[in-house]
Design a protein around this ligand. Structure first.
Ligand SMILES: C[S@@+](CC[C@H](N)C(=O)[O-])C[C@H]1O[C@@H](n2cnc3c(N)ncnc32)[C@H](O)[C@@H]1O
Length: 269
């Protein structure tokens, strides 16, 4: 995001003291919101008791880059939309999280879902691309493992009872994340994902193939109420992963054996 000149002026004239940045005087609402969004993009959090923005590093270092470049990448541009707590509980109910289950959160953000999985007794591993967000999870010590990585590039291992996720949505990348995540679910496990509602009506091959995969797996796609993610319409996709089929016996013809095959295993991955 290119930063407006008036926002840059406000930040340039702010006072930095260690991790704190203090804005000079009262700003009108719209200007304050834009300043706040810009500071949040580099890790600044408003502390109303101390009347300043606080950063995980020296405030002057945190804002040096955006002042030099006049640009910043916002959380929304990075696809960061934390799941609201009440929705997390609905998702975890759908996923039927039980104590002792091994659960993967492959786009974990700051752990909105992962923390609640651990609270329910799940053994949760997290993957997150953004090192700052991964650190926010690590520092709370509820996850078994926190990996800073591009989930789409991690080597696959089908070992989790559950995958629960709210991946980035831009340009249908949520479909790529969910298809890959399915490969991490062990047979008889379950994947539950918040996804962009576009997958239910888009006619391109990626969306159409994904709908077929969900159907063949006897999965479901539930629309979510509009209020959860503002203007972004979302759905919850639930996909069971079925056990592998026994090898056909010699007495039956290959054709009969194929007809008996569980269709959920075809074309899923
Ligand atoms: C929509 S947010 C959801 C965060 C968290 N799952 C939640 O429910 O609050 C998506 C997260 O995925 C992360 N992300 C984006 N691309 C990723 C990738 N390729 N691998 C791992 N994480 C990624 C983003 O940094 C962001 O934190």
């Amino acid at each position: 995001m290119k930063i407006d000149a008036d926002v840059l002026d406000v930040i340039r004239s702010a006072r930095c003291a260690g991790p704190a940045l203090y804005l000079g005087g009262q700003l009108e609402d719209s200007l304050y919101r834009r300043v706040n969004l810009t500071l949040a993009a580099v890790g600044g959090k408003w502390n109303r008791w101390k009347s300043g923005h606080f950063f995980p590093v020296e405030a002057a270092d945190a804002v040096a880059g955006l002042l030099a470049e006049g640009e910043v990448t916002t959380d929304a541009e990075r696809g960061y939309f934390p799941t609201p707590p009440a929705l997390v509980d609905e998702i975890l109910d759908l996923a039927d999280i039980q104590a002792g289950q091994e659960v993967l959160e492959p786009s974990a953000g700051t752990g909105a879902m992962a923390q609640r999985i651990a609270d329910r007794g799940g053994v949760v591993d997290c993957v997150e691309l953004d090192p700052g967000r991964a650190e926010a999870i690590r520092s709370r010590s509820f996850a078994r493992e926190v990996i800073v990585a591009d989930f789409l590039a991690l080597p696959v291992s089908a070992r989790y009872d559950r995958v629960v996720m709210n991946p980035p949505f831009a340009k249908q990348v949520d479909i790529l994340h969910v298809r890959r995540a399915l490969r991490w679910v062990r047979p008889e496990g379950l994947l539950v994902a918040i996804m962009f509602a576009g997958l239910t009506f888009r006619t391109n091959a990626l969306a159409a193939d994904f709908r077929s995969q969900v159907r063949e797996a006897r999965g479901t796609i539930h629309p979510l109420p509009d209020h959860w993610f503002g203007p972004v319409r979302t759905v919850v996709t639930v996909i069971p992963v079925r056990p592998p089929l026994p090898a056909p016996t010699g007495r039956r013809s290959g054709e009969v054996a194929r007809a008996e095959q569980n269709p959920s295993q075809e074309g899923l991955f």
